[in-house]
Design a protein around this ligand. Structure first.
Ligand code: CAA
Length: 284
């Protein structure tokens, strides 16, 4: 199946990045948000990334213009009616996703493939909420989407071979390196990353060292681009807490249980970079 037009649902941090890489790869891309202000913010983020890229000499003026020419925004679901493939990157809420898929199914063709960028929900459950469980899969990107090479391709129990192959080839066409991950909480990367991050919090609570020393240790000792607390603030403490709870619910193993400090920081609104404070303080 040939993919020409791509839809992206949600223009937040992930959705805007996904829309950007699809447009940069030459697909006609339409990104949909529920409110014009959210759309403006997300598209502004894409423009800024491309401008910064040009300033750094990493993006050519032609590539910037080509990406922007392929990308458009909309608030009506109807704008996605000609899409061959739609990637959903909305809020991690099953009911909201169900409602969005139902609205989308009213406007798209029967051939259209639906993909979710969820980092924690069950792909088979999402697929079952649609009338096209064989044309449904997971496509999990990493933040920051334009820079991170990896994409996880997840097959639901119902995903057809054709859909899987089309999606894998599509991920490659975006210039990404896809891997096949199982439909289990955390897929491959978060299954290993989240227990590590939770363990770092537990170790810190138990007095292993200062935040700065633990971060420096893992960064310089292991060659990780960020230490665990910098990464937690970058990913978002609420996001990590949410994923950990889903993993713990499924596996019932202590390694996935969110530590008390993580829960309290989320309750206090210390969500990381996005709220101005997490393990570290941000902004002025
Ligand atoms: N346009 C084009 N290229 C750009 C750019 C732009 N606007 N901005 C930066 N770049 C390029 C830089 O030029 C640089 O390229 P080179 O390596 O070729 O020099 C590269 O991107 C890195 O940029 P910076 O030097 O500005 O920044 P950095 O070296 O500090 O790296 C980072 C930033 C990529 C975020 C790095 O810190 C990193 O990889 N961190 C870890 C991120 C991570 O783990 N993400 C996954 C989170 S988990 C997740 O997302 C899944 C989930 O479900 C929760």
């Amino acid at each position: 199946m040939q993919i020409k037009t791509v839809g992206v649902l949600g223009c937040g941090l992930m959705g805007s990045g996904i829309a950007q890489v699809c447009a940069a790869a030459g697909y006609k891309t339409i990104v949909r948000e529920v409110e014009q202000s959210f759309l403006d913010k997300g598209l502004g983020r894409v423009r800024k990334f491309l401008e910064d890229g040009v300033a750094k000499g990493k993006v050519t003026v032609e590539a910037r213009d080509k990406t922007l020419a392929h990308l458009s925004g909309a608030t009506a679901v109807d704008a996605l009616k000609d899409c061959d493939l739609v990637i959903e990157a909305i809020i991690e809420n099953l009911d909201e996703k169900r409602k969005t898929y139902a609205a989308l199914e009213q406007v798209v063709g029967t051939h259209t493939i639906f993909l979710s960028n969820t980092s924690s929900l069950c792909i088979t459950e999402l697929a079952a909420a649609t009338a096209r469980p064989d044309r449904f899969g997971g496509l999990h990107f990493f933040n920051p989407v334009p820079l991170m090479k990896l994409v996880e391709v997840i097959r639901a129990l119902t995903t057809s071979d054709d859909t899987y192959q089309t999606v894998f080839a599509f991920a490659q066409s975006l210039g990404k390196e896809p891997i096949t991950a199982p439909d289990r909480p955390g897929f491959i990367v978060n299954r290993l990353l989240v227990p590590y991050l939770l363990d770092a919090i537990r170790a810190y609570e138990n007095g292993l060292g200062t935040l700065e020393d633990i971060d420096k240790g893992m960064k310089l000792g292991c060659g990780y681009p960020m230490g665990p607390f910098t990464l937690l603030d970058f990913v978002g403490l609420d996001t990590t807490y949410y994923i950990a709870n889903i993993m713990f619910e499924e596996f019932r193993e202590p390694a996935y249980a969110p530590p008390p400090l993580l829960k309290r920081m989320v309750l206090a609104g210390r969500l990381g970079r996005k709220s101005g404070q997490g393990f570290y303080l941000y902004g002025s």
